[in-house]
Design a protein around this ligand. Sequence first.
Ligand code: ADP
Ligand code: MG
Length: 700
Amino acid sequence: MAHSEQITEIFASRVFSEDVMEQRLPREVFDSLRRTIASGSEIDPGIADAVAAAMKDWAVENGATHFSHWFQPLSGVTAEKHDAFLTPIGGGKAIMDFSGKELIRGEPDASSFPSGGLRATFEARGYTAWDPASYAFIKDGSLYIPTAFCSYTGEALDNKTPLLRSMDALNAEGVRLFSLIGEPVERLTPTVGAEQEYFLLDEKDYKARRDLYYCGRTLFGAPAVKGQELDDHYFGVLPTKVSMFMRELDLELWRLGIPAKTKHNEAAPAQHELAPIYTTVNIAVDQNLLMMECMKKLAPKYGMTCLLSEKPFDGINGSGKHNNWSLTDERGDNLLKPGHSPEKNKRFLLILAAVLRAVDEYQDLLRVSAATAGNDYRLGGNEAPPAIVSVFLGGALEDLIDSFIEEREYLPHRKKDMSLGARAVPPIRQDTADRNRTSPFAFTGNKFEFRMLGSSQNIALANIVLNTAVADSFAEFADRLAAADDRERELRALLADTFRAHRRILFSGNSYSPEWEAEAGARGLSILRTAPEAYERFAAEKNVALFERFGVMSRTEILSRREVFFDAYRKIRNIEARTMLEMTIRDFIPAVSRYLSDLSRSVNERKAALPSGANCGCEEELIRRLSVLLDRAYRDFRALERAEALAAEKRESTAAFYYKDQVMPKMAALRRTVDEMETLTARDYWPVPTYGDLTYPRDL
Ligand code: ADP
Ligand code: MG
């Protein structure tokens, strides 16, 4: 597989790409479909049969027997149902058939997908609708057709629909704004590259812990002797098995047309990262979901398990996802490139101002987009941005902004050549700003990087929020410019006003420091520490107004999502609490009790062997200490059991808050006790693999 021709050949070989369409579709059909894809316009229903037939022939030639409408229900993962192409035609014969109707519309029974009250169970009808802008692909013998998913009455039950709507809003408002400043664009498209972090564990160890396979994270575990303090894993040599896994993963992703690009070890032991090359946001979302799925499915082939949850282990870094976001025009030019003279680059300045305003006005919504039960264990833990949204621009751009605020001239910061002092090494070009690793929303030269997202999340909501909030800024700017007589002058005033009004969102210091939290509070920034607190903000009037203004989500769709969020949070905590109870009473307490019996027997035997006086100080001390802990573990168990029973009676947001405020402290207390028992219990007796076993696997 080393030949570059072979690699380029396999790229997108399982995708019904534009290339394949061109080869297989009649000219008029292809042109019509391409117009739809390029401009996001409506599909001509008349071409559906021809497209379906070509897709089916191509899929069958490539080994597919089924097709599946693939969609993204609100639960955050993907959903699929497979139908065979096979159609009996009588006389014991059958053909492979696929109609335009089947391509365009599916009708899965939607009753068991979370809908947040949008649909009662008895109203089971839901529709999936083909998204022609995201290519169909073949996986595991099925033709996958990316679709949107809605209720019988047309409300979006998925993540894709509002995302597509937000792209339309952003495009419309951007096109209007840029034509007003005399620098028109035909089409404005958000692009996204999502960097994905993950853990690889030994599959045997994973299967030996119920917390891992029920919850995707450990709920117990004393710290390993060695954590990540030496930083020797970060960018370290890839272990052989991991490297083989990554290689096959790359090939698999390339076949699916996903341009996997960068791979490396991450900060925590057993943690890794994969970043693809960016693409149009709705495709980037699909590709990220597919990438996560491929990781999970491939790992067992190498005897490993891939963990995508946000905080598998206490005390070492968890996994996030960096959402790199930018805007391109119809030629694919990135409009977030500042260029040599950013102070004169009107489009860049407007986008910069629009993003600052959007992030400041809708901090709470961005926070919501990163709020999950799992991410609560990670945000603010000195490894990920805190629960406060702020923007890092770097010295040069901050100076540019201040030049507008202070109405003074801006002297461009030029990139300098920097010599490394070794003659054989050529000088390198230094950027005008360093990076800031701790910022939740950082400008990184030609894009913004939103770093709060959790590794298991669908990145759609973050991008729905970003697109819509920026569309809102564009709309406001456009209205103001349209009403002005002297647009040049108005533009300068608009930029100065916007930068002045939203400068408070800029922060270039250490976002992990406690001082920042105090300062953010003083600046009036929103601090939403936990997911339930964030969810409360989702349906705030200003947020409902934003989404309704651009037709991205209706009040009903927002309220239903809010309910789904609370519900998921409650259920996840419930499963975590019950897993802890079960492991405590059925694994840990019996194990320690067994160890105590053996220690006691050994004391008795030694005393019998040496009646004149055996020294059993060590065992006696261990028996004393472990007995105290064992008793405490049982009391902690009972306290959690009671809290959990009360929580289970509560509903919706009340339940979520009850878990956060009442149940989680009891979970933490039980964990402390059990972890302390672990450190005193003989290795052979401890019933599950330890943190050391898990994070430093012996045979990778
Ligand atoms: P960095 O080193 O700053 O993290 P990389 O070049 O490694 O930057 O890119 C990180 C991610 O950002 C990649 O997924 C990349 O494709 C993506 N990216 C780069 N340019 C853009 C852009 N214009 N729009 C969206 N994402 C981008
Ligand atoms: Mg990055």
